[in-house]
Design a protein around this ligand. Structure first.
Ligand code: C2E
Ligand code: MG
Ligand code: MG
Ligand code: MG
Length: 278
């Protein structure tokens, strides 16, 4: 759907395209409506210590249940929200909601764990992003030392200089930073040296191929070592089986996320686990 509205592409209006185009417009207006009506929710997926199997953090993931179409994946609607400029408001809501949830968990007696929020490239590059984060932290009473921001490789590669400045300022506030979907971007690895990041998250596609495709094991090993060389903690995404966990444990990967431990679940479902940590 790259540039469907007002882009520079000439679309051929065969019926199939026409259909996808209409579908997309519909979805656009539905996203706006959903946002206005406060229909988005957050699910939380634990991040777990490979050695101790303890929850060290949770990742907030946006959820949308469409009235007619059912659940729609953020992989589908986030890019559209970016395209129509709504991502800034959605992102603000996500950050606010996640911070409020952290405070709620604390009030319920949970041990503090890091809460990670996905931030899109457009958000982090927008003027005023820092101030927005500062304001939300302040208003919600969030402890920024427990806040983590996940950004993808590609998003930090655009506009590198400003991005580094923003990242440094976030770090000074106590916020930690992750590179999400590591290994899937188009970037050179030079940024590992330049960027003030804390975590590398190995994209789930590598784990998926682990026992299927020759060479995947070597790539994962190399990525873990690379992260450690730069003093970063490494998180494996998409750990679905005990054999995968065993492999990353042998390779000294620090943390993991995946269906093996838990799918992303509603906040209430996690609270119980958090009060039992440590
Ligand atoms: P991500 O940040 O890389 O999140 C990981 C995705 O992998 C999530 O999909 C999660 O549900 C899924 N996952 C976790 N464990 C497993 C597993 O063991 N197996 C498999 N097959 N999948 C697993 P989800 O929630 O559909 O999110 C997709 C992407 O949408 C996210 O990828 C992120 O890039 C984006 N996204 C989600 N929430 C937000 C948000 O609040 N803001 C922004 N800007 N993007 C978001
Ligand atoms: Mg993420
Ligand atoms: Mg990821
Ligand atoms: Mg992803």
């Amino acid at each position: 759907y790259g540039k469907v509205n007002g882009g520079d592409k000439i679309l051929e209006y065969n019926s199939e395209l026409r259909e996808t185009y209409d579908e997309l417009l519909l979805l656009e207006s539905d996203i706006r409506k959903a946002f206005k009506l406060n229909e988005f929710k957050l699910a939380y997926q634990p991040k777990v210590d490979v050695e101790t199997n303890e929850i060290i953090g949770v990742e907030a993931l946006i959820r949308w249940e469409h009235g007619k179409k059912g659940k729609i994946s953020p992989a589908t609607f986030i890019p559209i929200a970016e395209e129509i400029g709504l991502i800034h408001q959605i992102g603000e809501w996500v950050l606010q909601e996640a911070c409020m949830q952290f405070v709620r968990w604390r009030e319920q007696g949970a041990e503090p764990v890091i809460i990670a929020v996905n931030v899109s490239a457009l958000e982090i590059q927008q003027q005023g992003f820092l101030e927005k984060v500062e304001r939300i932290v302040e208003e919600t009473g969030m402890d920024p030392n427990y806040l983590e921001i996940e950004i993808t490789e590609n998003s930090v590669m655009q506009n590198t200089k400003d991005c580094i400045e923003t990242m440094r300022a976030l770090r000074r506030m106590g916020i930690s930073l992750s590179i999400d979907d590591f290994g899937t971007g188009y970037s050179s690895m030079g940024y590992l040296q330049k960027f003030p990041i804390n975590y590398l998250k190995i994209d789930q596609s590598f784990l998926k191929d682990l026992f299927i495709e020759a060479g995947s094991a070597e790539i994962i090993k190399a990525m873990i070592q690379l992260g450690h060389t730069f003093g970063l903690k490494v998180v494996a995404e998409g750990v679905e089986g005990e054999n995968m966990l065993q492999f990353i444990r042998e390779e000294a990967c620090d943390y993991y996320q995946g269906y093996l431990y838990s799918k992303p679940v509603a906040a209430e479902e996690i609270s119980e686990k958090l009060t039992k940590v440590h």
